[in-house]
Every structure is written in C-alpha cells, then in structure tokens.
Design a protein around this ligand. Structure first.
Ligand code: ARG
Length: 412
C-alpha cells in the first residue's frame, strides 16, 4: 500500500500527525490513494515541463525522472528555489480574478520553507510586510512557508490578510469595525486577544498562525510595521471628518499556493490596492463599512429609495478620496481605469504567446463602478478554462489536509 510506503518514508525528525478532524488521512494520499499520487505525478510533469520550456533550462527529462522517483519514495517532491520562484510568479499570472496580473514578472519570492515554528512564521510575515511596504513604494512579494507533506501538514495563517481590522460584535447585534472580520475577531478573543478595548472601528487584529497540525496562537503585529493612510478628499474638507482610513498593503494570507501538485498552505502575498477595492467595497459596501449614506448626506443628495443615483455619486467621491489620499501620502495605489486597460493589453500579449489567459466572470470584478462598454471590456475577456498552477481559496480549518478544494478566487 502506498500509505504504508509513505509512512515509512518520513524524513528524519518528522512525526506522523494525528488524523484530522474528519478522520481522513492527510494530504496527499487522502481519500484518493493511488489516484492522488497519479494526480501529483501528472501535475508535477506538467509543471516541470513548463518550467524548463519557459526558463530555457534545457531538456526536462533528467529532472522529470528525479521528481518521479522522489514522489514514488516520499509521496511528494521538493521544488528547487528556481522552480519555486517561477511557480509562484506563474500562479499570479494564472490568477483569473486578479487585475494586477500584468506585473506577474516583478513578484519577489521569499523562500522560507524551512521556517517551522508559529512565532518564527509571524516574524517572517512582519518582515515581509515591512519589506513590501518599502516606505510606501509597495513591492509585490510572496513568502512561501513549508508545503503539506504526507502526514505532515504545513503551517496555516487563519487571518484572511496579514493586516485586517477587527469586527467587534456589540450586545445589540451591531458590529463596530469591519463586519468581514467578525469570525476571526471572535477567534482572536477566544485565544485571549486583549486588544480592541474599548472597541474602535480600525483595530488591527493579531496574526493567528497554526503550526503544522498544531494549535493556533496569536501574534501581535508591531504598530510601526503597519502603514495606514487617512482618507481625505481633494476638494471636500468635511471628508476627513468621517475618520476613515485604510492600510497600505493588501497581503493575502489565507489562500494556498499550488505548484505542480504541491500545496503550500501558508504563502502570504501582496500587490498594491486598486482604489475601487477600498472605496467601492471595503468602505462603501453595505455589508462592510457602509459609508455611502453618510457621504451622500454630506453632499446634500436626495436619497430617493427607489433610485440609487445618490449611491453612484457618493461612491465616485469616495473612490476619488481614496486615490487622492494614497497618492498624496506617497503610497502606491492604482486607478481601476488604466489598470483595466493594462490587463486587456496583457491578455492580448499572452494570447500571442499561445498562453491561455482567462478572467473570472464575476460581475463587476474588473468593471466596477463603470459599465463594461465604457471601459472596453467584452464578454470574451472574462471567460475560459482556468490554467493549472494558481492560488486557491484556503481549505477550511476543519478539513485543511483534504484535497479536492474547488476552484478559487484571488481577489475578494
Ligand atoms: N480586495 C481586497 C481588499 O480590499 C484585497 C484583495 C487583493 N488586492 C490586491 N490589490 N492585491 O482588502
């Protein structure tokens, strides 16, 4: 049996972990047995071939043979640093929901596969955040921690992003802060987080790291590692009085990175914000900071419930304020209009290289807040199969070591 074989092929110092909460054996041999290993062989072959072709690394045959043997012996294989770096960049290139893909080449890759303890992982995340912030000139970056291995799950970060604002539930059922983070705030409280008292709207949450199959632990981010921008408007003085702010670096931490069938469950990465992510969604959405009504009131707009034009106007001012504030503070941010034009150019270029470059069909993902015709996006740009090697949504904590997670998202 392969299970037996993998069990006896543990590396020195590795301990087989207990079965997960569903009682299934951990990845990559879960459920599928032979077929999971066959899938791994197939993904590895595809990736190694691509790596050699795109990096002018000569014929792949020797490497393919070594990887094949390593999988047979250990149930997985270890990427070379070059494969890891290329794989992470290709994963960005393949992320169907990301408008920033044209920059995939520029991703800096921090190889931290040997960092194992939760405090060391939290410290590496902080170091990444500082390097990526770079005084406001944001650098796209990824830190890759240990992969899942047979009977040895890698670490996991339970926050959706390294910097997130707490969502505090109040006795009357309201939320102070970001409603998107109510669950993780509750978890932080459960683990003993003393912060956010009294509850404020922009309390930075601690990082919650789970060490390979172990318990989750809290790690506060040093305040000076988190760059934030106060939101003000170029023409409307009252805007600053809304007390809005946002953090500079969106560093996604709950998606796993799949390279050639090897899963890296903790691989936090960042680019920079597009203004509409913050204005239209984070601060504007009714299910998030819900600021449009206040802004419309200040603008003196008639808020006819049947017609929503006031929402469009308030949102346009909010997006303008976000763009202005980041730019004036010297923090990298993109405007959705030129960014979309760049994405479309990139798609044409990829097609010329015979590479699939599909985009997600999620309504308004790239278009918001303008109609598609205005910005030149056609339906042929937003469909197609998903190429292999990309960022996935996290497996839930409960079934973390299982395989077969459905196709995922890159941007919220
Ligand atoms: N939409 C998310 C947010 O506003 C960030 C997702 C990643 N965005 C990015 N520009 N890399 O928090």
């Amino acid at each position: 049996m392969r299970d037996q074989k993998a069990r006896s092929a543990l590396l020195p110092g590795e301990v087989p972990v207990a079965l997960n909460q569903h009682g299934a054996p951990p990845w990559p041999l879960a459920g599928g047995g032979e077929s999971a290993v066959d899938d791994l062989h197939a993904s590895a072959r595809q990736f190694i071939t691509l790596f050699h072709a795109e990096n002018h690394a000569g014929p792949p045959f020797q490497r393919l043979w070594r990887v094949h043997r390593e999988i047979e012996e250990t149930g997985t294989y270890w990427h070379t640093p070059e494969e890891l770096a290329f794989g992470a960049r290709a994963a960005w290139r393949n992320s169907t929901r990301c408008i920033g893909r044209p920059y995939w080449h520029s991703l800096e890759v921090r190889d931290r596969r040997e960092v194992a303890s939760a405090p060391a992982i939290a410290a590496e995340c902080t170091a990444h955040l500082r390097e990526a912030t770079n005084g406001g000139q944001i650098r796209p970056m990824i830190t890759v921690f240990a992969p899942d291995r047979p009977y040895l799950p890698g670490p996991r970060i339970l926050n959706s992003q390294v910097v997130r604002y707490a969502g505090h539930e109040t006795a009357d059922g309201a939320v102070v802060g970001d409603p998107a983070n109510v669950d993780v705030t509750r978890l932080a409280r459960h683990l003993g987080w003393p912060g956010g008292r009294p509850a404020a709207r922009f309390d930075v949450l601690p990082l919650i790291v789970e060490e390979g199959g172990g318990l989750a632990a809290l790690h506060e981010l040093p305040a000076d590692a988190v760059l934030e921008v106060m939101i003000r408007h170029p023409d409307l003085a009252w805007f600053a009085g809304l007390g809005l702010r946002w953090y500079a670096v969106p560093m996604i931490s709950d998606m796993y990175l799949d390279i050639g069938g090897v899963r890296y469950p903790a691989a936090p990465f960042n680019g920079w914000h597009v203004c509409t992510e913050i204005g239209s969604r984070d601060l504007g959405d009714a299910s998030r900071y819900d600021q449009l009504r206040q802004i419309a009131q200040q603008l003196g707009l008639a808020m006819d419930p049947g017609r929503r034009r006031w929402k469009d106007r308030a949102m346009t001012e909010l997006n303008l304020a976000v763009l202005h504030s980041f730019t004036a503070s010297g923090v990298t941010i993109s405007d959705n209009h030129p960014e979309l034009a760049r994405l479309l150019q990139h798609m044409r270029r990829e097609e010329r290289h015979d590479r699939a470059c599909p985009a997600d069909q999620t309504p308004n993902l790239y278009r918001h807040p303008a109609p598609a015709q205005l910005i030149g996006l056609s339906s042929r740009d937003v469909s197609g199969p998903v190429p292999p090697g990309h960022h996935h949504p996290p497996p839930s904590v409960a079934d973390a070591p299982l395989i077969g997670v459905p196709e995922g998202r890159f941007m919220e």
